[in-house]
Design a protein around this ligand. Structure first.
Ligand code: ASP
Ligand code: MG
Length: 423
């Protein structure tokens, strides 16, 4: 059986007209499809605010809760008009569950609380989208992803249990295609073996789609975005962007590793392993050619790719006793970085100093510094920007670095990186 997997992110379902647009895209073909959907618009952020307030002060964020409720209710009314009642009643039920869930969790495990609550965003969006598609004549079945995307209980960044997921997907999802050609499910959300909700990390819906595509050995996967495909730069930062028509999996992994935010970094690997082509297309212009990520080694066209990371912190670390930066010192530095879950974006060393930069994080900074300063002399800078250019040219470097003061420069055959002061 040939299965297709399609993923619609939060921006593609953020209003009634957006949901109608999803209908019009899906009705173009009659392929057997699993359709993975994120929470509507900014729902996940609001749910995070509710969790955070509850966690900090055990106080219920009525304002954000009401905002979310009204927002979803408004979308339902616009989708179903005079027939809204049964859908509104169901949504009322979900919101009551959500409130009860928060009030009943007397647990100081933040990550557990987070997953139980934030996963409601996707539960609500998939209910609305699935109901609307059925209502408008596109028959589909809604299946809870927690029942087949199986994970460990590393809440908020759960790890997929591949064997279990593959088994459940094949046993529970495949047979449903005898009854329907569209299955709707939640992105971002999984479930433990005991069926407790987990999440896969922010923006994890792309990854959900690729897990499902892998387990079903899908024919292809499509991610529908509000941009025309993969662009060689962020059009909000640079005036002339170029659409990448095709790149190999390996290059897509490199781009997301350096911080290109268009696809979740874990998305590509499962697709590469099962050789499933990934299309990135615009839900605003669905007939336009998007970008294709596949096995073929050709890059079309080869242009410089720009990736910007703002708000970087630079640390310069030197041994107190004037000894060299050697393997022993490096392993000590790294064990401290690991302890604080720091992901190093660029590093460089000289005989007596080791420099590294990472995404600024004020929550852990003080403790990180204390640990490092027990052993080393440490200086730091904030307000830096890291620019990575894949397939760089002199012209490309000049364009983004210009005359700005370079703090660290690193070049390999394909990649040039510059740490510079933010403008
Ligand atoms: N709704 C989740 C988030 O906003 C997952 C996703 O959209 O991919 O992070
Ligand atoms: Mg999202």
């Amino acid at each position: 059986m040939e299965i297709y997997v399609e993923k619609f992110g939060g921006a593609s379902v953020n209003s009634a007209s957006a949901v109608k647009n999803v209908f019009s895209i899906l009705q173009k073909t009659n392929n057997k499809r699993v359709v993975v959907i994120s929470a509507m618009g900014k729902t996940t952020n609001k749910l995070e605010n509710i969790v955070n307030l509850w966690y900090k002060e055990k106080s219920f964020n009525e304002e954000q809760f009401k905002d979310l409720y009204d927002y979803h209710k408004g979308i339902i009314k616009e989708l179903f008009y005079e027939n809204s009642d049964i859908y509104l009643r169901h949504i009322d039920g979900l919101f009551i569950d959500l409130r009860n869930k928060i009030n009943s969790i007397d647990n100081d495990n933040y990550d557990f609380l987070y997953d139980s609550v934030v996963s409601y965003g996707e539960r609500i969006s998939t209910y609305i989208v699935s109901s609307f598609l059925n209502y408008a004549g596109l028959k589909n079945k809604l299946v809870q992803s927690s029942s087949f995307v199986k994970t460990d209980n590393n809440y908020r960044s759960a790890n997929v249990l591949w064997e279990e997921t593959k088994k459940k997907t094949n046993e529970n999802i495949l047979p449903l295609f005898d009854q329907t050609s569209i299955i709707i499910t939640q992105g971002f959300v999984g479930g433990t073996i005991e069926n407790l909700a987990t999440t896969l990390g922010r923006e994890g819906s792309d990854y959900s789609a690729s897990i499902i595509a892998y387990c079903l050995n899908a024919r292809q996967m499509t991610i529908w975005k509000d941009v025309e495909g993969l662009l060689n730069c962020d059009p909000k930062r640079m005036p002339n962007s170029t659409k990448i028509l095709q790149i190999p999996y390996s290059e897509a992994i490199e781009l997301s590793y350096y911080g290109a935010s268009i696809i979740h970094p874990k998305t590509i690997k499962p697709l590469e392993n099962a050789n499933i082509p990934l299309y990135i297309k615009s839900f605003l212009n669905p007939d336009n050619e998007g970008s294709l990520i596949c096995k073929d080694k050709a890059i079309k066209p080869i242009v410089a790719n720009f990736i910007f990371k703002d708000n970087q912190t630079l640390l310069s670390i030197s041994p107190k006793d004037m000894s060299f930066i050697d393997e022993k010192n490096l392993s000590l530095i790294y064990s401290i970085l690991f302890k604080h879950k720091i992901k190093v974006n660029i590093m460089q060393n000289s005989a007596i100093s080791f420099s590294l930069c990472f995404d600024r994080n004020d929550n852990i900074f003080k403790e990180l510094m204390q640990d490092l300063q027990n052993e080393f002399m440490v200086r730091y800078n904030n307000g830096l920007q890291l620019i990575t250019i894949r397939h760089y040219t002199q012209q490309a470097i000049k364009e983004v670095v210009g005359k700005r003061k370079i703090i660290i420069e690193q070049k390999s055959r394909i990649t040039a990186q510059y740490l510079i002061n933010e403008k």
